[in-house]
Design a protein around this ligand. Structure first.
Ligand code: GDP
Length: 226
């Protein structure tokens, strides 16, 4: 899948707020991970925003406390990328953490257009207890999950392979569900985009990408080659 353009479409800042109207009826994919895992960096890299970031790379971990929606135009069709707040920041006050868990839970349980999630895990540490807790939570919600193991550039090739095997084993997942990536050198980011393209547009036929039931949102636009 090739990204053509991206724009910020809105955010959920507190309980009771709805996703932006423009996201209704559009395929959505959400990104989750513990704070500082490299989520903003990976999103910027995937969306081709390495010079002018669209997702804020954290100066202060744990500070990004909104569910952000980005409208993405790609060669296969339009979709929404949903950036969930990072979890597991030890210094965040407990009541604030609980508030955010509530906001995320409300969004995910009410989801109608979310086709799946990308769960980020730092390849150097492997899944932390917070990661495992989130993965179990997503499994309970029966959301399809793809795993991106971040910061692969920080490890030697040997170590990368060892860590990959260990993480897959700990998560009890199929290796095909996981991909090591680097936002710094772009390793495997196109592969991740292609996998997301398959998930978002299974028919991969823009002409067939019409409205599904219950949607009065905008229809996906035809593809122009740039
Ligand atoms: P977020 O809190 O999950 O959004 O994480 P950020 O994208 O803000 O990244 C946290 C820190 O990790 C920053 O200092 C980034 O520069 C660094 N970082 C993110 N991705 C990578 C990567 O792929 N490789 C390396 N070496 N550093 C990264």
């Amino acid at each position: 899948m090739k990204i053509k353009s991206v724009e910020f479409a809105g955010a959920i800042g507190q309980l009771g707020q709805q996703p932006p109207e423009s996201a209704r009826g559009m395929p959505q994919v959400a990104f989750a991970g513990r704070s500082n895992v490299g989520k903003s960096s990976l999103i910027n890299r995937l969306l081709g925003r390495t010079r002018t970031a669209i997702a804020r790379v954290s100066q202060q971990p744990g500070k990004t406390q909104e569910i952000n929606f980005y409208r993405v135009r790609a060669d296969l069709g339009d979709f929404f990328l949903v950036d969930l707040p990072g979890y597991g920041f030890a210094k965040a006050p407990k009541d604030l953490q609980r508030k955010w868990e509530g906001v995320i839970d409300a969004f995910l349980t009410a989801r109608t257009d979310l086709v799946g999630m990308v769960q980020l895990i730092d390849l150097r540490t492997g899944p932390t207890p917070d990661d495992l807790r989130n993965v179990n939570y997503l499994a309970r919600l029966e959301i399809p999950v793809l795993f991106a193991f971040t910061k692969s550039d920080k490890l030697s090739l040997m170590k990368r392979q060892d860590q990959f095997r260990a993480a897959v084993q700990k998560l009890e997942i199929d290796p095909d569900q996981a991909i090591p990536v680097s936002a710094v050198n772009g390793d495997n980011t196109q592969q991740l985009l292609d996998t997301l393209g398959d998930l978002l547009f299974p028919a991969a036929d823009p002409a067939a990408a019409g409205d599904e039931e219950g949607s009065d949102g905008p229809a996906r636009e035809p593809v122009d080659e740039v």
